[in-house]
Design a protein around this ligand. Structure first.
Ligand code: FES
Ligand SMILES: [Fe+2]
Length: 357
């Protein structure tokens, strides 16, 4: 038995501000897929929490990531979304930057001193790829992506890489939910029977083992499905919820990855990318390898319940509850990670309360 997190951590502005600076900055975030940026000049721009970012493939074919803001007066270089460019030209007054970040031209400044141009390049960020997925990190001192993924790497090695599968598309969905409400839900299978009745019937419940991994800070569900009911899901599978907001779903003939992008204290955007291996599935007598239709239905069901839980947490009347060590070990672990990440905030609040006493 374990006590739940206090409700205010799911909706108040102080927690949100703390999380942006002290939690989100320190992690890697899945923001897209590598195949969107195959050619030199391809770019992807996104607002991650409050930070405007652009990832672009440079002249040498390398991926570069920058804050999507101009060194003149903070104008945007590109609008959010995907596209292709030669140079990065600010949309405000037209300063021009190479895709490697150097300032090339400041139109209208001829005859004026700009100082050292090398000091006026775009502000760089870290970008790395793994298994066809594109990750960024805002913190120079954070561990590299492989270290951050930890024990996910040997688990992933048991399944096919995305490079040997076909891409089945992307789904995006916004939800009126705190990222932790969605995380709590994603780390347990206790709700499956009530919320996902069709999924529940196809799962060999006794074969599910839930483990919490400190090396990578994730919850892993080793899952097997019964054949004959949901044929596309038959076989072995492994689900992962990695703190703070990455979901990976490995299966014999399919893979999907989902990112939980916090937008505000009470809002997230989910982006999920799907791959499958139809040929291999057919060889094994499975007609439809794609898990996308099932996966989208499950996602909708999760969003619906999380939005209702979020409404109730924000009502301010929830006095706190209990978590089951048997049914919800993953959620207990997730909330331990949240408490650790919010440690400084909890200490500050405790100190404030004590000094008021
Ligand atoms: S803000 Fe970019 S050119 Fe002025
Ligand atoms: Fe669910």
């Amino acid at each position: 038995m374990s006590e739940t997190l206090p409700h205010q951590y799911y909706h108040d502005a102080t927690t949100w501000a703390w999380e942006c600076e002290q939690v989100f900055r320190r992690h890697w975030w899945l923001i897209g897929i590598e195949s969107e940026l195959t050619d030199s000049g391809d770019y992807l721009a996104i607002t991650l929490m409050k930070w405007p970012l652009v990832i672009v493939r440079d002249q040498a074919g390398e991926l570069r990531a920058f804050y999507n803001l101009c060194r003149h007066r903070a104008g945007p270089l590109v609008f959010d979304g995907a596209g292709r460019c030669q140079d990065l030209v600010c949309r405000y007054h037209g300063w021009r930057y190479a895709r490697s970040g150097e300032l090339l031209k400041a139109p209208g400044f001829e005859g004026e001193t700009l100082g050292d141009r090398a000091q006026l390049g775009l502000l760089p960020l870290r970008v790395q790829t793994w298994n066809g997925l594109l990750f960024v990190c805002l913190d120079e001192s954070a561990p590299n992506l492989e270290t951050w993924l930890g024990d996910i790497l040997p688990i992933a090695a048991r399944f096919d890489a995305t490079s040997s599968m076909q891409f089945d598309g992307e789904v995006r969905k916004k939800a009126r939910s705190n990222w932790k409400t969605y995380g709590d839900n994603s780390c347990e299978g206790y709700h499956v029977g009530m919320v996902h009745s069709r999924l529940g019937s196809s799962m060999l419940r006794e074969s599910v083992t839930i483990d919490c991994y400190d090396n990578g800070e994730f919850v892993g569900f080793d899952v097997s499905y019964a054949s004959g009911e949901d044929d596309s899901r038959a076989g072995q599978g492994f689900w992962i919820y990695k703190f703070p907001g990455l979901l990976l779903h490995f299966a014999d003939f399919a893979f999907n990855a989902e990112t939980v992008l916090p937008l505000a204290a009470d809002a997230i955007e989910l982006r999920r990318w799907f791959w499958s291996n139809a040929e291999k599935a057919t060889d094994h007598g499975v007609d439809n390898a794609s898990i996308r239709p099932n996966s989208e239905r499950v996602m909708d069901e999760d969003v619906t319940i999380c939005e209702l839980v979020q409404r109730n947490l924000a009502s301010g009347v929830y006095p706190g509850g209990r978590l089951s060590a048997r049914q919800e070990p993953g959620t207990i672990y997730f909330q331990q990670l949240v408490r650790k990440a919010l440690g400084g905030l909890l200490e500050t609040e405790k100190g404030g309360a004590e000094s008021r006493d």
